[in-house]
Ligand binder design. Structure first.
Ligand code: GLN
Length: 477
């Protein structure tokens, strides 16, 4: 089970399986795992029809795409024409996408099969998937625990073997943290590497789409399909996209930086600290250089992130007004109450908290104290990391301070929930790529993700090093 995509493609070509058989098997498994609540919708008939077309295409001897036969799930904030998309929110109830996200276009152009849309925290705001208007997602390994968030559904469908791979979005850790909690690979690309066209915006200067997979090779393959310039997204980069999956050999010794403060942080669970230190020791023993670099801004990361992202969210979410999209309050009959009631009834508690916080930090009188200041911190962080990457290939730190926690454990205290993102928001603040790899296990056999960060547009190097780490130090999940 859970073979790499290219091995599956080989099996199809050898005639030991077919796209139709693969989809049939996944649909049966999905049925058997309904209780996880990871899929909001399964496109069963459509996926079967597409599988049939793909089998016929192969039989005709036509050239097949890079993701031929690959069964992929997409987070419920990525638009797929003619399909519902809700961002886990009641306010988009009944809304159907009127165009395809660029990532969807690119997956389909390479013969992938999109099998369904996955549950997530409302508007991607959360770290546990408990903020979805459509119920929580269960961690497949231990159903009393959260899968992480906000892309919890996308993580669990891969964890539980309900598709080959999935797409999530990562604004402050929403791919890496659930990957860590579910024992799989999760990559947040460099800001601008993947088009955001058709991704429902949370915080536009932070959001990126990326893959969840079992194998680094699969993450590399999906990345080379979805990355690259898109004329619909002015922030997408025109830098050429490398053949990541063809270049997974890392043949040198890496220079690795670690930030002392990340391993001394109060909230860090001893087992996660231990796992990270063990890996660093192994890397030293393998001949890589691991050095401590000073970094004294750790405590500023969460406040800076929450000031800036809530500011952007308050603006992005203004469009959900009961008029343009989805839900309109049945009790509203004139303009002002349409706005008020639709938003009051349509948005969940956490989203409202953030809209209010964001509106506050942008309000006149407070703008300079919060928003401008946070922008300055963001700039300083970027400068500091530029300097680190002049001397080092990677920075290594835990992905999250703990393993998957219990439902309800952090819901009463938002600050406690926000601290779950302490190690992930840095990459989004600075725009750099970062990956979570399932390289350790903690108490009760729960997975521990280790995070590797690289410089802008160094996905190729990051993926190659990740492949090496997985080959040499992966633990059975
Ligand atoms: N947990 C973080 C938040 O709630 C990150 C979310 C994300 O990356 N979408 O904002």
């Amino acid at each position: 089970m859970n073979l790499p995509i290219r091995a599956v493609q080989q099996n199809i070509k050898d005639g030991t399986t077919t796209c139709q058989k693969i989809v049939t098997d996944y649909i049966a498994r999905i049925e058997a795992h309904r209780h996880l609540n990871a899929y909001l919708e399964v496109f069963a008939d459509e996926a079967m029809a597409r599988a049939k077309q793909l089998d016929e295409k192969l039989a005709r001897g036509e050239k097949t795409g890079q993701l031929f036969g690959c069964v992929i799930a997409i987070k419920d904030n990525i638009c797929y024409i003619g399909h519902k998309v809700s961002a886990g929110s009641k306010i988009l109830d009944g809304f159907t996408s009127i165009y395809n996200a660029t990532v969807v276009e690119r997956l389909l152009a390479e013969d992938a099969i999109i099998i369904g849309r996955t549950n997530c925290d409302e508007f991607a705001m959360g770290s546990s998937n408990e903020n979805s208007a459509y119920g929580k997602v269960l961690n497949a390994q231990d159903n009393t625990r959260v899968p992480g968030g906000s892309s919890g559904g996308s993580a669990v469908v891969v964890q539980a073997g309900l598709c080959h791979a999935s797409l999530g979005s990562d604004t402050g850790g929403s791919i890496r943290q659930p990957a860590s909690f579910c024992g799989i690979v999760g990559l947040k690309p460099t800001y601008g590497r993947v088009s955001r066209y058709g991704l429902i915006a949370y915080a536009s200067s932070f959001d990126q789409i990326g893959p969840f997979t079992h194998h680094v090779e699969d993450a590399a393959l999906i990345m080379q399909v979805i990355a690259g310039r898109d004329r619909h997204d002015a922030t997408s980069s025109s830098k050429p996209v490398n053949s990541y999956a063809e270049n997974l050999q890392f043949n040198k010794k890496a220079r690795i930086a670690i930030f002392h403060t990340t391993l001394q942080s109060d909230g860090l669970k001893p087992e996660v600290k231990q796992a990270t230190e063990n890996l660093l020791n192994q890397l030293r023993a393998d001949g890589h250089t691991v050095e401590e670099v000073s970094f004294d801004l750790l405590e500023y990361l969460i406040p800076t992130y929450y000031v800036l992202t809530t500011a952007e969210a308050s603006s992005n979410l203004a469009r959900f007004d009961g008029v343009h999209y989805g839900y309109r309050s049945p009790g509203a009959n004139e303009m002002e109450t349409v706005y008020k009631k639709s938003r009051t009834e349509g948005f969940g508690k956490e989203v409202k908290n953030r809209i209010m916080l964001g509106t506050f930090v942008l309000s006149s009188g407070y703008y300079d104290a919060y928003y401008s200041r946070a922008q300055k911190v963001r700039r300083i962080l970027t400068q500091q990391l530029r300097a680190v990457f002049k001397e080092y290939d990677f920075i290594i730190m835990p992905t999250a301070p703990s393993t998957a926690f219990q439902f309800g454990e952090k819901t009463s205290n938002p600050v406690e929930m926000y601290l779950a993102d302490i190690y992930t928001v840095l990459a989004n603040l600075v725009g750099i790529p970062a990956i979570s790899l399932p390289l350790a296990k903690g108490g009760e056999n729960l997975p521990i993700g280790i995070q590797i960060l690289a410089d802008n547009f160094e996905e190729e190097k990051l993926l190659a090093f990740s492949e090496l780490l997985m080959q040499q130090h992966a633990v059975a999940q």
